[in-house]
Design a protein around this ligand. Sequence first.
Ligand code: ADP
Length: 463
Amino acid sequence: MPETSEHSADAGHRFDTVLIANRGEIAVRIQRACRELGLKTVAICSEADREAPYGSTADSFLCIGPSSAAKSYLNQDAILLATRLAGAGAIHPGYGFLSENAAFADAVEKAGLTFIGPTASSIAIMGDKISAKRAMMAAGVPCVPGPDTALPDDPATIEHIALEIGYPVIIKAAGGGGGRGMRVVPSANSLHEAIALTREEARKAFGSPSLYMEKFLEHPRHIEIQVICDDHGNAVWLGHRDCSMQRRHQKVVEEAPAAGIAPDIIQPVGLACVQACLQIGYRGVGTFEFLYEDGAFYFIEMNTRLQVEHPVTELTSGVDIVQAQIRVAQGHVLDLTQGDVTCEGHSFECRINAEDSDSFLPSAGVVTHLALPAGPGIRVDTHIHAGYKVSPYYDSLIAKLIVHAPTRAEAMTRMREALAGTEIEGISTNIPFLRALFEDGAFARGETDIHYLEQWLKLRRAA
Ligand code: ADP
């Protein structure tokens, strides 16, 4: 039975102005969605982003603090003050920064504003990987083998848990994120040392020593399911994505749908995600992340926000995910049912980063020349222009190149064309690396897993 929410359209969740508490390409993307919905926008910036192009296209533009993210984009008081000053009724957190901060979501709602995202309690449950796993198991979502409780202190009990799961196992921090706070344990010899090291890391990095253990899968793909839910007990899934192309647990290329997965295998997983959303009273957009190995799915975590890779699902499903997210935050009933959702064709996204193509070291400076590709099935989400100064303070993502075509092979060809037509000068970018990756045979055949890209890079360096 879905929880009835206290936030309905009648409960004052109408707003006509949205403050976008983010920067870069996603600030542009959200601003566009707001405008198309007839909403006014407030852009914010740090001192480093004063010249940001989305400042001049917003209805108001406020500088909220110094360049350091801790003092600007993560400064909750400054953002709440800016929201009040600009007369906005809602805050869109984008991704990263405060988007999965339950205390911020709570503060926004307590200030009588709308947080365009799930409730603080949903964020808190999913932010703790143990409680997320427990909630998912209870909802019938398949999880990685291993208990849904924190590891005890007693060495003998820990050894017993590892034996029951079977080596190799992985030790993970309950509060971990960004690919940190994890350690693989190949055999009993290194179990206790791995636990001691990870516990210390978790205490320092995430403020909690809580750990859990699960089976380490050796050659999985990363497959995720996009959901959207309203406040009235409606939830749908919008298909699946493959984000196995990762470097240091960071996604580099994403695609939708995930290649070679039969509908009858993915269908029950999508439906289980929808059920889980209804069971926890989830509101807004979210992503269930799974590892997929030997025909089986294993839940690893849920992201309770809009994701960088949402465009590949927009192009295959035809749903404007950002607009839909804003509309459900306004209290509207979701205007599509599961039967309306069809996924057509194939889409790829390349993350274009300001970084060296070989060393991956970040590159800052002025973009002296910019040529972006255009044409059927090509979309570029970016905030940069010729003359734009890429600052060293933030994430290196400067553009997302997204293509859509009837088949995966055609979408790959289109991406090769689009990459060939992308020219960015004045700073280094990973475009040469992306061009080479799209020439790779195994990638073209869909024969990859989460370790493939790292191995490919190793071979490339050795050559
Ligand atoms: P984070 O929140 O830090 O992103 P995740 O739980 O999503 O952590 O895991 C990040 C990545 O670590 C996954 O995409 C996968 O590559 C790897 N990973 C996580 N759990 C396992 C597991 N049980 N077996 C194998 N690899 C794993």
